[in-house]
Design a protein around this ligand. Sequence first.
Ligand code: HEC
Ligand code: HEC
Ligand code: HEC
Ligand code: HEC
Ligand code: HEC
Ligand code: HEC
Ligand code: HEC
Ligand code: HEC
Ligand code: HEC
Ligand code: HEC
Length: 324
Amino acid sequence: MKPPGKPAVWSIAAFLLLATSSTVLAQESAAVDRTLTGDAACTRCHDESETKPILAMYKTRHGVKADERTPGCQSCHGASEGHIRNTGGTGAKRTLPDVTFGVRGKSDAKLQAGTCLGCHEGSNRALWRGSQHESRDIACAGCHTVHAAADPVLTKLSQPDVCFGCHKTQRAQTHLVSTHPLAAAKMACADCHNPHGSTSDHLMAKASVNDTCFTCHAEKRGPFLWEHAPVADDCTNCHTPHGSTVAPLLKARVPWLCQECHSGDHANAVNSAANLQDGAVATAGGLNPLANSAARAQLAARACLNCHVLIHGSNHPAGAKFQR
Ligand code: HEC
Ligand code: HEC
Ligand code: HEC
Ligand code: HEC
Ligand code: HEC
Ligand code: HEC
Ligand code: HEC
Ligand code: HEC
Ligand code: HEC
Ligand code: HEC
């Protein structure tokens, strides 16, 4: 059965796929039929009686038959003549379709991805090959459910649960007191990550962690007259993105956070004592208000942010120490 319209793109993609695949597919040279007539070769058995909502696909964009780019059963699963004729036997012995998907799918992840990419190459999938997920053999159907009226991974509310199926650490983190509003579905993992691949580490959606954060926290980009070096370097020097016990999303409590890099004792202004680790007490008269470090001043000084209020950077001419 010849499909109407122009099946050119997919036929070529399918042909290349079949021709290069080392599986039994090589025998299957029949052109795929993406029309309802072609689908009927499958839906005469895979009908409403299936426990899985196979036919729900017709409610999705893959079911818009008027759009001649949309697939039919055979576009994804292959013409599967062996499966239809069933040369194998009953039950588990039944000859499989040419391509089966998902974690249970018998086809390897790269063949599955090749099938989908035949139509979905480029766009935000351009960097799929070599990405963390591709190289760990995660199939497209590891995240996508195509036989459902709505694919859970495409909806902000249900997307995290799809990811949490494999990323348990992040699930735990998002239940801590300080988090991004994921549970409220105001944002989702894909606002920060491109799960299909990225030019940056950690599959960030933009070219770097900071560029990703700036898409929503633009005011932290500056430019600042006085930059705080670790901010311009990487927000995760101080923040943790998924969740923390210390608000707002901090990796540690102040002053310990600051003291990972500064001792902050202010005891000897002359020797830049905020950075001295030994806590040496200054001779009287340092420029620093905390120079004569009485116990109380030491205590007050622990609330670094009381004085260093503009911790992300300052535009005040006298804001070099981020106090204004
Ligand atoms: C003669 C009936 C029949 C026809 C026609 C048929 N199938 Fe099947 N198919 C089965 C049976 C039986 C099974 C195994 C039980 C099950 O999972 O429903 C099966 C299983 C499958 C599976 C699951 C394989 C697995 O174990 O992962 C897929 C996918 C599938 N068929 C796709 C297709 C496609 C695509 C077509 C059309 C090209 C098709 N089938 C035509 C009867 C049929
Ligand atoms: C866009 C590609 C695509 C098209 C088109 C497609 N399938 Fe599938 N099929 C999949 C994927 C991916 C899975 C794995 C489960 C999922 O994502 O829902 C699957 C799973 C299945 C299964 C096994 C379900 C299970 O897990 O037990 C059957 C049976 C099946 N498809 C039949 C069909 C039939 C019949 C058609 C045509 C009406 C069809 N498929 C069209 C991609 C496709
Ligand atoms: C024959 C071509 C073809 C194949 C093969 C194909 N798709 Fe699609 N897919 C489309 C078209 C056309 C659309 C409609 C959206 C558009 O304009 O791009 C679409 C849409 C989608 C969407 C967006 C759905 C939405 O609601 O916005 C997802 C996700 C998707 N496909 C995933 C897959 C996956 C996963 C596979 C492989 C299992 C696959 N596709 C195989 C043609 C295809
Ligand atoms: C690790 C999970 C994951 C895997 C694996 C995955 N995707 Fe996606 N995909 C997503 C998420 C999340 C979105 C929603 C992206 C967004 O909202 O920006 C998406 C969106 C899409 C869309 C719709 C894009 C749009 O702009 O509307 C298509 C098409 C798609 N994926 C195809 C694929 C194909 C093809 C593969 C396999 C090569 C694949 N995906 C593998 C998670 C995944
Ligand atoms: C089927 C399992 C699976 C699913 C579902 C899944 N992932 Fe992954 N993911 C992995 C594996 C395996 C790795 C590579 C090993 C690792 O770093 O843990 C990975 C790596 C990553 C990384 C990169 C880690 C790094 O530092 O390089 C990010 C980010 C990520 N996944 C995000 C997501 C998001 C977002 C989703 C949901 C849209 C998702 N994953 C869904 C299995 C999965
Ligand atoms: C606000 C932005 C943001 C959101 C939202 C977000 N992430 Fe991340 N994610 C990051 C950053 C930044 C990193 C790298 C630095 C780090 O782990 O501290 C990262 C790292 C990861 C890693 C790799 C961790 C490692 O140790 O290598 C995984 C896996 C991951 N994220 C999964 C997810 C999942 C799943 C979701 C959705 C529930 C999600 N992320 C939501 C920003 C985000
Ligand atoms: C898609 C938009 C978006 C992106 C991208 C984003 N955030 Fe957020 N961020 C939010 C929203 C929304 C809130 C909650 C604001 C509120 O509740 O007022 C928030 C809150 C925060 C908070 C304060 C949390 C609290 O408990 O008050 C910090 C810190 C933060 N984000 C850091 C980051 C960092 C670091 C990145 C980059 C890794 C990042 N954000 C990326 C949207 C985003
Ligand atoms: C040197 C440590 C440090 C770095 C690096 C850092 N922050 Fe912060 N951030 C903090 C501290 C401390 C607070 C709490 C401020 C307070 O309570 O007054 C904070 C608060 C926030 C808040 C919530 C309050 C507000 O000011 O809106 C957001 C959003 C935020 N940071 C985003 C970012 C982004 C985006 C980056 C990267 C460009 C970044 N931070 C880098 C230390 C840092
Ligand atoms: C990841 C390391 C790191 C963390 C954490 C950090 N800083 Fe810094 N900070 C730096 C670096 C690097 C400079 C630049 C030093 C320079 O220019 O000599 C700097 C500069 C400063 C300056 C200006 C110093 C000067 O000589 O102009 C102040 C004030 C300051 N930080 C306060 C803080 C406070 C308060 C915190 C905690 C909220 C903090 N920093 C957290 C690394 C860090
Ligand atoms: C009572 C206000 C106050 C508190 C609290 C405070 N600082 Fe300062 N800090 C200052 C002032 C004022 C300066 C500028 C001194 C100068 O110009 O010589 C300064 C300077 C610094 C410098 C730059 C040192 C230098 O030699 O130029 C660093 C780093 C610093 N503080 C870190 C911290 C840290 C870390 C904490 C918390 C442990 C903290 N500060 C608490 C007021 C304070």
